[in-house]
Design a protein. Sequence first.
Length: 291
Amino acid sequence: MKLKDKYFPYPVIRSYHEDFQDSVFNIEIQTMEDETTDELVVHAHAFTNNAEISRHIKLKNIYYVLHAEESKSMFRKTYYFSSNTHEIRIPLSKVKSEIEIVPLLITTSSIQDFYPDDLDKMYADINISYEEKNIIGIGTPKSIELTKEDDDLEGVKSIFLVVPDEEVKDNFILELPENFVMIKVSQESFELYNKLSKLYRLTNSKQNKILLTLMVLPAFVEVLNTLKDEHETYEDYIWFRSIIASYEKKGIDLIKSFEKSEFSSYTYAQIIFEDIIKESLQVLDSIREED
């Protein structure tokens, strides 16, 4: 929600003094993640030194507002309150990686003959009135990065086990025992995979995205293809319950989705793996630039 330099046909309190010469407004934001409820908790402390606006807030003609938005998940919600302190909670299942929260002052009814002492001289001969839902104050936006970005991916990743098999030479083999989804590879491939996997974990390298794209994503697509036709066979398997839970966190009933004629395993795999293909390409491009 980009409002910093937007033009309004009426006076607005901003971080820089333009329409109002002395008035200030902001909502200070502190956040924490509540693991017990799986929510982002936002503590808000609102303030303004404009007496006229404060009066209208008490009359509930103007409200303090937090507008929360994230482009990846398309999450968008506006929270209204009139007290100086307020708490909001955002379910982490509804967002992905980064939320922008914009503090605002918004009118909830029309206000006539508004003229605080510190309005700029350009408004000296103008009768100031606000309509309902006018934005009349813009505070400092805050971007909140979430630690849950790869939680769903991590849950799915943990069900896969890459193991060496002497009988495997070129093509990898996928097996579905009760505890893990097993990817059988040649001894040579296993040693290389194991070395890279450990290195990327130790260094927290983004190159791990490439490894996941090459090894885990294709296997996951094949697992979904199998489950589409035979999910009843695997309903008591540990890894099956983990997959179902990962989709439930995103508001998706995977079993019902299997019944759709347009169901695509590749498309549904990307719901969990999100932007991993694009990120892998970006990592490869950065490696190319370094070379």
